[in-house]
Design a protein around this ligand. Structure first.
Ligand code: HEM
Length: 135
């Protein structure tokens, strides 16, 4: 049962990871210059970053529920987790700011925001590999 729950959480977490990277890549390379679509992508990105935080926490909550302690991780795994959490918080704040404020932003500022979102997604995905193999 515990593994089944981890697997379900992982499904959500994996689709969230695809979405945070995919929205930024699409905004930069598929619909650059289309403000309406980019705005919808920013909303989707904000939802995806939030899903990453919630589903990430659900991994820990599940371990706590079944084993009465939090996951036992040290060193590089903790660093990788902290990097992921930082990226998720920054990505969520930036995506929400974009969705709410971007009509007043210059094209250059919009471009910087999408590049930052893409970089945050790539760093978080990279950190996931280190969390996986050092935990
Ligand atoms: C608050 C933020 C986050 C938390 C607490 C969190 C937590 C976790 C945990 C506990 C795992 C399971 C690790 C294991 O298999 O040992 C995991 C896996 C994973 N996370 Fe996150 N995560 C967060 C954000 C992110 C973000 C932002 C991304 C990508 C954009 C991401 C991508 C992944 C991927 C791809 C895996 C699967 C790794 C694998 O098994 O190879 N996570 N995450």
């Amino acid at each position: 049962m515990q593994n089944f729950i981890y697997a379900l959480i992982q499904v959500i977490h994996n689709f969230g990871a695809v979405t945070v990277v995919g929205t930024a890549a699409s905004a930069l390379w598929l619909v650059r210059g289309n403000a309406a679509v980019q705005n919808r992508l920013a909303l989707l990105a904000a939802v995806a970053w939030a899903i990453q935080v919630v589903s990430g926490m659900l991994f820990g909550i599940t371990t706590y529920y079944f084993e009465h302690h939090l996951p036992d991780i040290h060193g590089i795994a903790v660093d990788a987790l902290l990097v992921k959490i930082s990226c998720a918080v920054a990505g969520f704040v930036l995506a929400v700011a974009y969705a709410r404020l971007n009509p007043g932003w210059t094209v250059t500022r919009q471009l910087i925001a999408w590049r930052a979102l893409l970089i945050l997604g790539v760093i978080a995905l990279g950190s996931a590999a280190f969390l996986r193999w050092f935990s």
